[in-house]
Design a protein around this ligand. Sequence first.
Ligand code: GRF
Length: 188
Amino acid sequence: MKKIVILFSGEGKNLHNIIEKLHPNMCQVVCAITNKADAKGLEGLDAKYLMGIKSEVLEHTGFSSREAYDTELVKLIQSYEADLIVLAGFMRILTPIFTKNIKAINLHPSLLPKHKGANAIEESFSSEDKEGGISVHWVSEELDGGEVIAQKSFLKSEDETLESFTCKIKELEYELLPETITKILYKL
Ligand code: GRF
């Protein structure tokens, strides 16, 4: 069975969605790692321990540099010997220590290469773009700049609000990320 490790920082809705859709039949989520001890997504993970899913908190505070943090993070990830690492809302700028050593994909809430960075949803909503969408891409040294693997989009409606736009983005994320993980793991 293929193994994945998932990294997250906040709500962890994508993390829990992946667990629900893929674990343990399509792949084993061997560990969920967060850099935030108060990440909401940690809730409910204790119960998943019995299903073989470990959770780890590696806080970035207290490290002297991004490189020092990434060195520890890489060691932790590698200890799980996973086939693929999934960044699902992991809100960190990564150094080459991470990107050169870890084969990872990232979920981004825009149609890359448009609207890179942390405000992608707000920017694409208020842009002139006729559509919104999401991307899954390989992680590279450039923030949100690695090769795009898959995208899904929708046309903005005339009465679109930021709330309705955000909901559509989230729905697409819950479809596309598990689909893409499965395709990569089994080379579909
Ligand atoms: C998602 O919208 C993803 O596109 C972005 O961070 C968000 C994470 O949400 N990179 P959640 O923690 O999975 O609820």
